[in-house]
Write a protein that binds this ligand. Structure first.
Ligand code: C2E
Ligand code: MG
Ligand code: MG
Length: 853
């Protein structure tokens, strides 16, 4: 560096003039001088002449030549400035555009100044002219760019802001905005965190403040302001710090925009999305959609939750999603989708889908065409988890199809299964059997040990059946003590009889129950499938028929259905039809069998027994037609007929002056239950005039089967109150519950023929009979022994203390005309003689045998 540069060198005035000229040229300046306020000329320096592009005469030039080239008001401004400078001595500066003779328009800056004498008078005015075209061009382009920016800003919804180094926002003209909250920012002079913003933005604002105080740039910071009127404005702003050339922090500059509406829309959308997700979660419902042409299916969050799959890992290809459905259901879903794509409609189905944990869940799937602007673009749907509902449904179904006591299938389920099996047996090559199992003596257990024991027994039997038959058989409890078993076998030759006998052996015998020991048995009827059951009804009817046959031939056995049974049933049906007409056709009669009191030898009564003389078949035994009458319900009419007939006859005998003798009439359980029985009896007594104490109603123990003791007791009590006598018939032939005898108002006990038969030769029977007689006497009942055929039997009966004997030994049942004669004949013989000389009967009454049937 040159040391002398700091000290100016001494220069001559000529040299000075030269330097000045050069400086003027470098600065693009020229010099001028005015001769006087009214002078028409100016002196201008050669630099100025060259600047103006005008020729001068020795530097002198006409003022008008110059002024005429200035554009706009500049010429007038120059004139005014020069005059004022001469008159007042005021300096002036005029900037104007000058049309150069070469055609260019240049920007010139004219400066004028007065020169004063010692007295302060203006003696001269001179000045400089400078070419400012370049500066002006820069300024003009700067102004244009500023204008452009201003235009952008004024038309944009955003605005710019800046702060000072203390983060105070500088006042800012915001775009015209009604929002008072925004006007708060425009007012400026506060840091953003000192503005009135929403309390929930506090944390975000604190982080924002930390950013700004650390002079970090920020983007899209969003906060909400509250205006003085309570109106809210949400603002989103971005900014960056500004530093001067020395790195000193100057403040922030940035842009901001009012996103109140957008925020509200965003919030609404977010709320709706959350609500939808929540609703889906609550309803255990997910949604899905599939756009035509897309490789992927889209699921809602809840659908992932429902199925347990991870959104990040599940292969969402259509094929993979389909593969998770149960086989038939995948095809069903595809059909549904095809259908809605074709129709543009909607459809739904319950489908099974394999979830992530391996469980196959039940889902209700809805399918709807996704239609945009009238065009089907895909399929959308809803999926609801209905596993719980299905489970409940299945449980309900199970309840509806299960016997709650034993857990076996119930009748409804049994019928369904039987129908399926019958269908299969017919269509496919398989064979089966339907076994109907009826427990013997179940009622006895129920009555003697109580209902709880009965229930326990049924459960035990169910358990035995299950254990014996295992999974290969379908077991059901149809009602009460009736069970059914369905077995399907590949061959026809399986011996079902053997299997049934096995079951009977298993069930029969003593069973230890909580309340005591029970002895039960079982009877089984079998129908083979398909031959004995082309329909469910036939299979049932045939098995039932086989069961009835087995029961009739003496319980504790099994019978396989045979066509003959059906024929027998057919016969019984014909018989039942004929029996209906028998009353009208007068084919029915009553016969009377005397009852002899051993102590007196008197005939104390007759048992009325029905007789039917069929017009073609002749006499039909009651043993044959009574069961038919009972099963067909005809017994109700028959019973009433014989009751009336017997009472009428009894009254007639009284009217004939014969000694009063009781009339015993048999009553069927069906009569007992089907009619208001006691009313019918009292009506018949009133109608016929038979004294009630001369009517004895004979009831069998079958009455107690499946009837409540309470009901029996009520009707018997009512009959007893009428004065009618009650006898328990056939005692010892069925199950003889002594309980009934102690509780029900029976007057007499009719000991079954089987006890009497052989009593004279078998000591055991004699003992048993002796016991029964002692017991009934103890209970205040008289004893009638039925079916004594031999005098020896009568002897024993007398010894045992039996009251009355009814049997062939005295007489068979005879016609009403014969009955008084027979009675008289019996009574005429010395006490006990009659029975010991049966031959006398034939001699005395040769016609009796002919009259009896
Ligand atoms: P039951 O009421 O026990 O009648 C007695 C049956 O034993 C009668 O048979 C009678 O003829 C027969 N009997 C009497 N003494 C002897 C004998 O010493 N030896 C033999 N072997 N049998 C004897 P019946 O008349 O054939 O009646 C059979 C059953 O039909 C009756 O048995 C009764 O249960 C029923 N029955 C008859 N008539 C009626 C009726 O009007 N209504 C109802 N519901 N049942 C009737
Ligand atoms: Mg009887
Ligand atoms: Mg009897």
């Amino acid at each position: 560096m040159r040391k002398g540069g700091d000290v100016p060198l001494p220069v001559s005035s000529a040299r000075e003039a030269g330097l000045l000229k050069r400086a003027l040229a470098i600065a693009g300046m020229g010099y001028w001088q005015s001769a006087g306020p009214d002078s028409q000329t100016l002196w201008i320096s050669p630099e100025l002449a060259s600047l103006y592009g005008l020729a001068t005469a020795e530097g002198v030039i006409a003022v008008d030549a110059i002024r005429g080239r200035y554009l706009g008001t500049a010429a007038d401004d120059l004139h005014r400035g020069l005059l004022l400078c001469w008159s007042e001595g005021l300096p002036y500066r005029v900037e104007g555009q000058y049309r150069h003779p070469d055609g260019r328009v240049i920007d010139l800056s004219v400066h004028g100044e007065a020169e004063r004498d010692a007295a302060g008078r203006v003696v001269a005015v001179s000045g400089i002219v400078r070419d400012v075209s370049e500066e002006k061009a820069v300024l003009r382009s700067f102004a244009a760019s500023e204008q452009r920016l201003a235009d952008f800003i004024s038309t944009a919804s955003d605005w710019c802001w800046q702060t000072d180094a203390d983060h105070r926002l500088l006042p800012n003209a915001l775009p015209a905005e009604k929002n008072t909250a925004i006007q708060t920012i425009a007012a400026g002079h506060v840091a953003r965190w000192d503005l009135p913003y929403l309390p929930e933005d506090r944390d975000a604002m604190a982080r924002h403040r930390a950013d700004m105080e650390a002079h970090r740039p920020f983007r899209a910071f969003t906060y909400s302001l509250i205006g003085p009127g309570g109106d809210k404005a949400t603002i989103r702003t971005s900014g960056k710090p500004v530093f001067d050339e020395n790195g000193a922090f100057q403040g922030y500059r940035g842009t901001a925009s009012d996103v109140t509406k957008r925020k509200a829309t965003e919030e609404l959308l977010a709320r709706r999305t959350t609500a939808l997700a929540e609703a889906q979660r609550l309803g255990r419902m997910g949604s899905w959609h599939y756009r035509l042409g897309d490789a992927q299916v889209t699921w809602s969050e809840e659908l992932y939750a429902l199925t347990g799959y991870d959104a990040a890992t599940l292969d969402m290809s259509h094929a993979n999603i389909l593969s998770h459905f149960a086989a038939d259901d995948a095809a069903r879903l595809q059909d549904m989708q095809k259908q809605v794509l074709k129709s543009g409609g909607a459809t739904s189905a319950d489908l099974r889908f394999r979830c992530a944990d391996g469980r196959v869940g039940d889902f209700a799937v809805n399918c709807k065409a996704d239609v945009v602007a009238g065009r089907i673009v895909g399929v959308i749907g809803l999926v609801q988890d209905i596993s719980e509902r299905k489970l409940a449904h299945r449980q309900l179904e199970e309840l509806a199809f299960t016997d709650p006591l034993t857990g076996l299938a119930n009748r409804t389920q049994f019928k369904r299964t039987l129908t399926t099996m019958v269908g299969r047996a017919l269509l496919e090559d398989c064979f089966g059997a339907l076994l109907l199992i009826d427990l013997d003596r179940f009622k006895e257990v129920n009555d003697s040990l109580g209902h709880a024991a009965g229930d326990e027994l049924l459960c035990r039997v169910a358990g035995l059946l299950r254990q014996q038959l295992g999974a290969e058989a379908f077991i059901a409890r149809l009602a009460g003590d009736e069970f059914a078993v369905l077995i399907e076998r590949p061959t026809r030759h399986d011996d079902m009889r053997e299997l049934a006998d096995g079951l009977i052996a298993l069930i029969s015998g003593p069973l230890d129950l909580a309340n005591g020991e029970a002895f039960i048995g079982a009877t089984i009827g079998i129908a083979k499938l398909p031959e004995d059951g082309a329909t469910t009804e036939l299979a049932m009817r045939h098995a039932d028929l086989a069961l009835s046959m087995a029961k009739e031939t003496g319980r504790g056995r099994c019978m396989v259905f045979e066509t003959e049974y059906a024929e027998a049933v057919e016969q019984r049906m014909i018989l039942a039809r004929n029996l209906r007409y028998a009353i009208e056709q007068n084919e029915l009669h009553a016969h009377y069998q005397p009852q002899v009191e051993l102590a007196t030898g008197r005939v104390i009564g007759f048992e009325a027994l029905l007789r039917w003389t069929h017009r073609e078949r002749g006499a039909i035994s009651p043993a044959e037609f009574i069961p038919v009458a009972e099963s067909s319900g005809i017994i109700v009419d028959l019973g009433l007929w014989i009751l009336r007939e017997a009472c009428r006859q009894g009254r007639a005998w009284l009217d004939q002056g014969l000694p009063p003798r009781a009339i015993a009439v048999n009553v069927s359980p069906a009569q007992f239950w089907n009619l208001d029985f006691e009313t019918a009896v009292s009506a018949v007594l009133a109608e016929t005039g038979l004294p009630p104490h001369l009517l004895c109603l004979e009831l069998t123990e079958s009455l107690f089967v499946d009837q409540s003791e309470h009901q029996i007791s009520r009707t018997l009590g009512a009959l007893s109150a009428l004065g009618v006598r009650l006898a328990l018939d056939d005692f010892g032939s069925g199950y003889s519950s002594l309980g009934y005898l102690t509780r029900l108002p029976f007057d007499r006990l009719k000991v079954d023929r089987s006890f009497v038969d052989g009593v004279s030769t078998q000591p055991d029977k004699r003992k048993l009979l002796g016991g029964i007689i002692a017991l009934s006497r103890g209970l205040g009942m008289s004893v009638v022994a039925e079916g004594a055929e031999r005098p020896a039997e009568v002897d024993v009966l007398r010894e045992l203390g039996c009251d009355v004997v009814q049997g062939y030994v005295y007489s068979r049942p005879v016609t009403p005309d014969m009955a008084p004669l027979v009675a008289e004949s019996i009574e005429r013989s010395p006490l006990g003689e009659w029975s010991r000389r049966p031959a006398r009967l034939e001699r005395a009454l040769p016609t009796v045998a002919a009259l009896t049937v």
